[in-house]
Design a protein around this ligand. Sequence first.
Ligand code: GLV
Ligand code: MN
Ligand code: MN
Length: 418
Amino acid sequence: MPAFSQTDIDAIGARAEVMLNALGTISSEPDRLVRLFLTPEHRRAADRVAGWIRQVGLAVSEDALGTVRGRLEGAGAKRLLIGSHIDTVINAGIYDGPFGVVAGILAAEHFVRTAKTLPFGIDVLAFGDEEGSRFPATLASSSACAGVFKADNLKLADRNGVTLADAITAYGKSVDAIPAAAYRRDEAAAYLEVHIEQGPVLEARGQPLGVVTAIIGQTYLNVEFLGEAGHAGTVPMLLRRDALAGAAEAMMLGERLARETKGEVVATVGRMSVAPGATNVIPANVVIVFDIRSGSETARARLVEELRAGIRTLAEQRHLGLTITTTREVPTTPCHPYVQDQLAEAISAVGGEPSRLGSGAGHDGQAMAKLCPIGMLFVRCRGGVSHNPMEYANPRDLGRAIAALIGFIARFDPTKLD
Ligand code: GLV
Ligand code: MN
Ligand code: MN
């Protein structure tokens, strides 16, 4: 187990912070951070990451979905996959996603520098579609690596009507090459991701690092209401078929049902499109997307069923056309006990208590778990704030996380997972 002094930890944390700030400048908008999947900004961020990977001495490649891969050979055929994402939400912070990529690069560099051949290879992966901010489905990049990419998703369109298939082509890639992005099951030993916690638990416990036990399950419901456009001044209230009023009632129903679970399920509508979208026209077509999450599969399924039934009833009462489509359905994903225990030891070795906690946020590990055992290391972030430009993790904690990741790699034994 490599020993790190406080100075080493601070130095590596400071390097990580510089890299995160550099990636944080790559945005499609001048005043806020927006970096969507398969856009020119994604290209620029991928190139920056590829440059760093090359600099630390790893071979670089890129697959059909733009995932950047840094490859370090080991003595055996098994590979430890370490990654996270470089796409962002709209008006993002700089840590969510990029820190896991930067941590992987700096940890791999440690083993290049020490010139010690590990018994397994390492792949550092920078995925491009974790946030789902561009297309209605998400995790396309990690699903391709895991060999579970759904070809149907190629037809999904972004807000401008560009399909995922067209975006892949415009990015200079070929949809025919997607199957080749998949790892073989016998080569992928485990997938590991380092990420800011995005919640307040570690800060409250006074711990810089934590071991994730599971990533909670998620359902996305795309709900489309079809009403009738009409004059806002002339059509009497009782003769209207207002799609937005129906959507508003559906949102209130989702909020009420989730509140009634007393914390077991959370439900959010963060996205809505209204057409034709004019002040003096009754809305004719509205799409809202529910993001529903819970650590309990039964509680989530129950809420989804009640919500669907309630929305059907209110749409009938309002004489609205209705289409409900599930665009995401991910079960609660446990982290492997061996990976959890090894992470706990690695945290203890850098001087922290290995606190265990669940992840309320989604991660690429949800897709990678279909390929191999997964694990996650969380880093505390200020106030638990994320998906917000105020997101912050202090560089000393970043350094501790990278030191713990290096310790994990040094003690990792793929045969313990067979
Ligand atoms: C990604 O951050 C998600 O949890 O939606
Ligand atoms: Mn993330
Ligand atoms: Mn996120």
